[in-house]
Design a protein around this ligand. Structure first.
Ligand code: G
Ligand code: G
Ligand code: MN
Ligand code: NA
Length: 254
């Protein structure tokens, strides 16, 4: 299709960029960021991932694009490692199901780390529940191979998918991300509040850190903090921005 052709041309012409959204700990101190892909189309402007990732997954274009994301993220980690304020920041990178399912996924991540000399312990890969429904042993093997190098794992959009709790306890995860759909109405919908509490308790009982995404207000933050949520991400702390703007954001926080 024309869009598919455009995507390939866009990658060649360096039209893709990563934006970074800050993540903070319970004290409000930045501990890292999530990389979020954007397509700066010369005519259509900034195209959000929801408008091209589904097609990229259907066509397999997500594979070269995902590799570009991994390498760019690793390059950013190296740039941050030279600055005092960001020296130990972790960077969370979204991985698509098709990308993760490749037999050489581990080799691809390793190659991005080695090509950039990024510190693997600062790289966090975000998986989604949809990746966990197939061959669980294959998922665990891949995760363990990367964990042996120091890479960590978060389960994104937690609570919206189909992962069974028996899978969850077998996976070598580090972090659960409470989906933003539960955070949005936390203060007005008692069901969402109970779900958030339950995810925090579940995560902690499994030895996982719990981060909430989509935190937009101080009220949402205070409630989540009161139920023991460990980390926070959302517009209240900062929108996804280019790396250069993140430095300005940091100065405001400090
Ligand atoms: O940034 P935004 O909220 O528009 O992102 C929308 C969706 O796109 C999110 O579900 C996010 O996980 C996904 N996404 C963002 N960046 C990437 C990426 O680099 N790779 C993949 N596979 N998905 C991404
Ligand atoms: O699915 P994933 O969690 O990777 O995607 C995160 C998406 O949520 C990104 O597209 C990002 O732009 C968006 N996002 C980040 N913070 C907020 C927020 O506080 N409110 C809303 N509505 N969306 C957010
Ligand atoms: Mn994510
Ligand atoms: Na999410």
């Amino acid at each position: 299709t024309a869009l598919e052709e455009n995507l390939r041309r866009g990658l060649a012409l360096q039209e893709f960029v990563l934006h970074y959204q800050i993540q903070v700990d319970h004290q409000g101190l930045p501990t890292g960021a999530e990389a979020l892909l954007r397509w700066q189309h010369p005519v259509r402007g900034m195209v959000p991932p929801a408008q091209f990732i589904p097609l990229a997954e259907e066509t397999g274009f997500i594979l070269p694009l995902g590799q570009w994301v991994l390498e760019s993220a690793c390059r950013q980690l190296v740039a941050w490692s030279h600055q005092r304020a960001t020296g130990s920041w972790t960077l969370a990178v979204n991985v698509s199901a098709l990308q993760f399912a490749q037999p050489d996924f581990v080799a691809h991540v390793t190659s991005a780390l080695q090509a950039t000399s990024a510190n693997p312990t600062l790289l966090k890969l975000e998986l989604t529940e949809s990746m966990l429904v197939g061959d669980v042993q294959d998922v665990i093997t891949k995760m363990n191979a990367l964990k042996a190098q120091g890479v960590s794992f978060a389960l994104d959009d937690f609570g919206t998918g189909y992962s069974s709790l028996s899978y969850l306890k077998r996976l070598p995860l580090d972090q659960l991300k409470i989906d933003q759909s539960f955070v949005r109405d936390l203060l007005i919908n008692p069901n969402d509040a109970v779900i958030a509490q339950t995810i925090v308790a579940l995560g902690h009982n499994l030895g996982l850190q719990v981060i909430a995404e989509g935190v937009e207000t101080v009220g949402q933050h205070d409630y989540l903090a009161s139920i023991g949520c460990d980390a926070f991400q959302g517009y209240y702390f900062g929108r996804p921005v280019p790396a250069a703007e993140l430095a300005c954001l940091l100065k405001q926080i400090r």
